[in-house]
Design a protein around this ligand. Structure first.
Ligand code: ADP
Ligand code: MG
Length: 245
């Protein structure tokens, strides 16, 4: 089944009270594909990401990962959260654990990996994201860019099938943005399946296979980055691009 899409959202609807926050969302993400989601603030991008690892529950439609419906609870839900790695705007590392412990905790607790093997793998991943020499430190001793790279390593340590990034560079000082984007570009090149909410249009142009433009809870437009940026179809997309480019 390697040809089947990895993530499928089929006629997904969600409301927060009266607010129809996700409106008939149909989206497929193929294996190895990088989908960049852009759109104005409040358009439902974070809710969409959160729905894919069931941090938000949808009210209509279905979401499947690797052909399976998202599990509702228990061990299966914990496994889902491992298989759908998520990196948020705020780094939310465990403040009272070392960098190494931050990366080994999930594999040991959720995946049942032995401590020594988890540490070996964690050190490889920390090296890969350029913070191997910081393994014994605590999060507060690292810069924002370094913490965000640890957050990426922590998600990767769970061997996720897909990685979701929700504005991973929005809280960073400008000089730290590129060091995080470089790690994400490298991940994309290695074939990771990724859904990335970002305002970094340079990243979208370089790394995205597809751009999805959302407005008011709906997917308004979907295209290759080249087509989307040079030839947006909808007024909403033209208006949005006019404001940010
Ligand atoms: P985006 O990430 O595109 O900025 P969000 O998915 O965060 O958009 O939010 C979409 C809309 O849903 C916004 O109007 C937001 O205020 C609202 N919203 C988000 N989370 C909640 C919640 N837990 N309860 C009620 N409304 C929410
Ligand atoms: Mg958001």
């Amino acid at each position: 089944m390697t040809g089947a899409p990895l993530v499928v959202l089929d006629h997904v609807d969600k409301w927060f009270g009266d607010l129809h926050v996700l409106q008939d969302i149909n989206l497929t993400v193929d294996r190895g594909e990088v989908v960049v989601v852009i759109g104005p603030s409040g358009s439902g991008k974070s809710t969409l990401c959160r729905a894919i690892n069931r941090l938000e529950v949808i009210q209509q439609g279905s979401i499947t990962l690797d052909g399976q419906p998202l599990p509702a609870e228990g061990k299966e839900l914990a496994n889902l959260r491992a298989e759908v790695g998520m990196v948020f705007q705020s780094f939310n590392l465990f403040a009272h654990k070392t960098i190494l412990e931050n990366v080994t905790l999930g594999p040991i607790k959720v995946r049942g990996i032995k401590k020594e093997a988890a540490e070996t793998r964690a050190r490889e991943l920390l090296d890969r994201v350029g913070v191997g020499h910081q393994a014994a430190k605590y999060p507060a001793q690292l810069s924002g860019g370094q913490q965000q790279r640890v957050a990426i390593a922590r998600a990767l340590a769970m061997e996720p099938k897909v990685m979701l990034f929700d504005e991973p560079t929005s809280a960073l000082d400008p000089e730290m943005i590129s060091e995080v984007l470089e790690v994400m570009v490298d991940l994309a090149k290695r074939g990771m399946t990724m859904v990335v909410v970002t305002h970094e249009m340079g990243f979208a142009r370089t790394a995205a296979d597809r751009v999805v433009f959302m407005a008011d809870g709906a997917i308004v437009e979907e295209n290759t980055p080249d087509e989307f940026f040079t030839n947006p179809q909808s007024d909403r997309a033209k208006d949005f691009l006019g404001k940010i480019l």
